[in-house]
Design a protein around this ligand. Sequence first.
Ligand code: COA
Ligand code: AMP
Length: 634
Amino acid sequence: MSEAYARSFEASISDREGFWMQAAQAVDWVQSPSCAYDPAGADGRGWFPGATLNTAHNCIDRHVEAGRGATQALIYDSPVTDTVQTWTYAQLQAEVGRVAAMLARLNVARGDRVIIYMPMIPQTVFAMLACARLGAVHSVVFGGFAPLELAKRIDDATPRIVLTASCGIEGARTIAYKPMVDEALALAQHQPDHVVLFQRERLSGELTAPRDIDWMALHGQCAADPVPPAAEMAADDPLYILYTSGTTGTPKGVVRENGGHAVALTWSMANIYGIGQGDVFWAASDVGWVVGHSYIVYAPLLVGATTVLFEGKPVGTPDAGTFWRVMSRHGVKAFFTAPTAIRAVRKEDPDAHFLRQIGTGECRVIFLAGERADPDTIAWAEGMTGLPVIDHWWQTELGWPGVATCYALGDTRRRRGSAGFPVPGYEFAILGDDGKPLGREASGFVAVREPLPPGAFRTLWNNKAGWEKNFAAFPGWYETGDAGFIDADGFIHIMGRTDDIINVAGHRLSTGQMEQIVAAQDGIAECAVIGADDAIKGMVPIAFVVPRAGAENDPTTAKRVIAAVRAELGAVAALKTAHVVQALPKTRSGKILRNLLRKIANGEAWTVPPTIDDPSLPAAIAAVMAQDAAHMPG
Ligand code: COA
Ligand code: AMP
């Protein structure tokens, strides 16, 4: 353990006030904090009560004012459109100011919500920062979600404006976004004042309603408008809402507050990732996910670094050398991606020919998160790149890492299969069913002691009760929803979820939600959706459906349920397999034996549980799966 890590962790626990007050000095406040945490319970103001700031000012203006306007802020590298473009901090300031003026023209003011349903283009970043400047609350919706999911978010966030683009480019495919926005608005109760459409060269979208406005036309009209001032926000004012999968069909709107977020992210760049002014940082994620919010947009800019916005895939855009090419071309110092992306690269280029040809440039370290990093993938990546590959763990709820090897604090301890150690600010325990901390090596619920550190959620949008639920099972602890253990040497191992959430290609999805969709289709008596192991995506959902009496011979059942999940949840659900079975294996008390289904699907050894209602079912299901597999193309 490095001394710096030990000191830092110890201080964060024994002197929480001192630790975070010192970290807060790296942020440019309007009204500086007089204390770090207000412990006055649920009604308290949380982190940095009474302090005020503007997050966009901290990301942009302060750097320009400090004479760093000519430093590169944003690099847009888009192999799918063959574009590389850069913006200095001064140029970013101008772009963000213009979008802020556009939003102000549309009467967007502090506290208003703005939904951003856009692909990985610079305008998306400008829009997020423009909202932050105005004090408007953005909610970015990932492009892989279907119109119904977008509609749910529109109804919950009740935005004044929806910002979109004509299309997203997904590898070789072009996906029209505007028709999806139109469909979502036809489904939603709430209607925004305007939809602003950014036209991309590849495919234009139609202005279909009087409320629709062309982005560039509005941009032109506002060319001479004054740039709205950066709003003075309270530390606990919301910066954004990011919806994530919960255990029901209703997404959870995680609310991120301005103050704690700025402090925590700034701290993390210096002490976990080792990135500061002038360094180039690249998180190959999507701005629709929390990694994209924190480490493509906010954190690198907060510390005056250069961030890379990559529009492409790890493979196929154009090849498995993309990562190494982008890294080398821009002098990336630290790189962050999901294990699934490394697995995809490895599959295409197992001997790393591209890597050998291109190299990793100035890159010093690779971070992985989003799903469990299997030891084999880490070993391959370390062996091929010669760089330390650091797995670290976090969640949308937290906003920044909770378990990591704090590389920038000089910690070098790594154990493949473990996500590392508690990050300063986080006190972990593995709890048993009775809520008591378990000893080393024992598996249980992964929990974090209250209060959660700055940056972590303190409520869910319109759903305080939903937030409280996370703290209800084990008083005094936040239940992460993950299972794991701490080994004899203190390494934390995250082994999977305790609920029905699965991680598909690093994307967080709810099997419960998929079951709701499947069960609602014609001719379905009941169903179960489980996450099965997948060599590339880590996990993929598989549905087991029981037809209603009379519908047993309907040959369309499997196809219909697959299409329904894609149509209602979105392509990102990646449900490609549905098995029609005569019944689901259940205990005598009626509980579906999902673990048994998972084992059968994974081809693992299974036994008939003594509690099963019908002992003949598992073999029958295995036979159906074998038969279906034999009929699958490829
Ligand atoms: N807009 C529209 N559709 C999207 C989309 C978006 N932003 N993102 C994904 N999709 C679609 C995909 O095109 C695909 O559609 P298909 O079923 O018609 O092929 C589907 O959703 C599933 O996408 P995905 O699971 O991403 O699979 P893929 O085969 O396209 O790509 C990987 C596989 C591994 C290359 C890709 O998932 C990847 O890069 N993962 C890394 C994820 C990541 O960075 N996560 C963030 C956490 S750090
Ligand atoms: P998300 O909110 O989309 O970031 O997903 C968070 C969930 O992803 C966590 O609760 C974990 O289940 C999983 N996860 C993220 N990072 C890791 C990791 N490094 N190891 C294991 N699981 C992870």
